[in-house]
Design a protein. Structure first.
Length: 277
């Protein structure tokens, strides 16, 4: 864990959104991610956000065959490229489950600009919906685990993953932990109304939490793509189509504070979020 002091907040934090097409070839995927780091570094980004399952993906389902430990080649590459470029990263990956559990874990790893792993979020809500049964291949993360909130440029980025977007209490728990920007790496399944749900839910999470939302989807077969960045007032500032692409945006911390002053809904609420364990 990094012990470096939190940097002063700058007027904005530059975020590179990498809507990647991911295959089951882990070596090839690492090359694609390295290319995204180079793009982020050229743009002088502070943070690179990769989609869910950026280390390896199969649209038929991801399981233990794609799992790598935290000291494996994918996270080692993230750490090396972050240290070399000075760009922090939030990246979806797949880890082995603990103990004798034969399943894997859907996770997001946070690495700071010095190359240190600052935290890991293990996906709580598994996609047992719309005919899918993710829990057959993946073990859920503990609902009462500490939220992953990472400081970048004085803004606090909180992490949830894909299906978590449908559960507003997940986002609210991150905001309670200090998150000002909600980051959602995803491989959002394609299908009827799925793109509508993805966009609507991302905007809703922004408005109800007066938080910016950086929702980064995979591109390719059986997934939706359509990454978007939403301001805390619900205005969509960046929206992609279904093709692989890498774009960079500035997240305005001062504007976020103004929205929270004008709309103090967080201060006005009367219910707390309590994990069900």
């Amino acid at each position: 864990m990094s012990s470096r002091p939190e940097p002063p907040q700058r007027p904005s934090v530059r975020v590179t959104v990498a809507q990647l097409q991911v295959s089951d070839d882990h070596t090839a995927n690492r090359q694609v991610v390295e290319d995204a780091f180079r793009t982020a570094a050229r743009a002088r980004a502070d943070l690179l956000v990769l989609p869910e399952y950026a280390s390896g993906f199969d649209p038929r389902g991801v399981g233990v065959e794609h799992a790598e430990p935290l000291d494996g080649p994918f996270v080692a590459m993230l750490r090396a490229r972050a240290a070399a470029t000075g760009v922090a990263v939030l990246a979806g990956t797949t880890l082995p489950a603990d103990g004798d559990d034969p399943r894997a874990v859907n996770a997001v790893v946070g690495v700071d600009a010095a190359g240190d792993v600052v935290g890991v979020y293990r996906k709580v809500h598994l996609y047992d919906a719309f005919g899918q049964h993710e829990s057959e291949r993946l073990a859920p993360g503990p609902a009462d685990a500490a939220p992953l909130v990472m400081d970048v440029g004085g803004l606090r980025f909180g992490v949830l993953t894909c299906y978590d977007l449908r559960f507003p209490e997940s986002a609210r728990r991150l905001v309670d932990a200090g998150a000002q920007v909600l980051v959602v790496p995803a491989a959002w399944a394609a299908g009827e109304l799925k793109a509508v749900h993805w966009r609507t839910l991302a905007i809703a999470r922004a408005i109800e939490n007066t938080a910016a939302v950086v929702a980064v989807g995979q591109a390719g077969r059986a997934v939706t793509g359509r990454s978007l960045v939403v301001a805390p007032d619900g205005v969509v500032g960046l929206e992609m189509d279904t093709e692989p692409q890498v774009r960079t945006v500035d997240v305005d911390g001062a504007a976020l504070l103004r929205v929270r002053e004008q709309n103090p809904s967080l201060a006005n609420r009367r219910y707390a979020v309590v994990p069900v364990v």
